[in-house]
Design a protein around this ligand. Structure first.
Ligand SMILES: C[S@@+](CC[C@H](N)C(=O)[O-])C[C@H]1O[C@@H](n2cnc3c(N)ncnc32)[C@H](O)[C@@H]1O
Length: 272
């Protein structure tokens, strides 16, 4: 177990995406200002609670698929969020008990609760680094320093509901290329990303709420999300709304969820 801190103070003067997301998932680790911003977003899109749950469910399915079908034993999860069980390492270690996982996030509140990410199996290992993905050199150097990942063996890069917080001026495509570059063949990218494609009016309103509350977002079209996977082999079923990515069998009588309600595009690609 290890944690590293980039020396950033907790800013409670504005809402933060990690804490708003915690509110949507029914967690308790947020402040009043985060709840207020989350409630305004929920006015724009009342189904946002289901969106958050489906986002999390995609991470579970993608992690299991990578472990079971692609032999992945190591993960780098950036934009981890406030711990919510099961966390990625718990999903991975339920399939592969000796899985190694490094988590990274830029919210100091995630660092505060990072010990919850360290409850690893005895065979496995986890670490947490506080880092900003907009400085991928510093982030990767902290990840390497953690000593938890072996860069000679495949690593899955998990960017779940993160890259829509990285607006174009930060060159998100160059960031993802930089993160993938040091990973060997057989490594993977698993990503979930908000899109306005299915319901532009609602999702542009949601984007406005986030941006005004202090977390600028840029939701992207299918073709723009596809670009993150350039040079990778997409695994079946390709890029689709996340609840359609290898869905669990719905319980009898459960209503079908519309793409517009979820509006998260998910995909998994393998590096050649
Ligand atoms: C919506 S949450 C997603 C949490 C988790 N990945 C999941 O899908 O359940 C987005 C996370 O990205 C983090 N984040 C946003 N911008 C970031 C940045 N520039 N660098 C690192 N993390 C960032 C937030 O702090 C938050 O924890």
């Amino acid at each position: 177990m290890s944690t590293r801190q980039a020396g950033q103070d907790l800013d409670t003067s504005k809402a933060h995406s990690a804490r708003m997301y915690d509110y949507f998932l029914g967690g308790k680790d947020h402040f009043e200002i985060d709840k207020e911003a989350a409630l305004v977003a929920a006015q724009a899109h009342p189904g946002i609670y289901v969106t958050a749950r489906e986002n999390r469910a995609f991470m579970h399915r993608a992690t299991r698929a990578l472990a079971q079908e692609h032999g992945i034993r190591q993960w780098l999860d950036i934009g981890t969020g406030i711990p919510t069980e099961p966390n990625l390492h718990q999903v991975a270690q339920s399939v592969v008990p000796d899985a190694h996982v490094v988590y990274a996030d830029n919210d100091p509140l995630v660092l505060k609760y990072a010990e919850r990410l360290m409850r690893s199996t005895t065979q496995g290992r986890t670490a947490y680094v506080q880092a900003d993905v907009t400085d991928p050199d510093a982030l990767m150097s902290a990840v390497e320093d953690s000593g938890v990942l072996d860069f000679d063996r495949p690593i899955a890069l998990s960017l779940n509901a993160l890259m829509h917080f990285i607006t174009d001026p930060h060159d998100p495509y160059a960031i993802v290329r930089r993160l993938l570059d040091p990973l060997p063949a057989g490594s993977a990218l698993a990503m979930n990303h908000c899109t306005p494609d299915f319901d532009p009016v609602t999702w542009n309103k949601v984007a406005e709420v986030y941006t005004k509350s202090g977390s600028p977002v840029q939701f992207r079209s299918h073709s723009d999300v596809r670009r993150f996977f350039d040079g990778l082999d997409l695994v079946e079923p390709g890029i689709c709304c996340c609840h359609r990515w290898r869905p669990a069998t719905p319980a009898a009588g459960e209503p079908e969820i519309e793409d517009a309600q979820i509006s998260l595009l998910a995909g998994v690609g393998i590096k050649r």
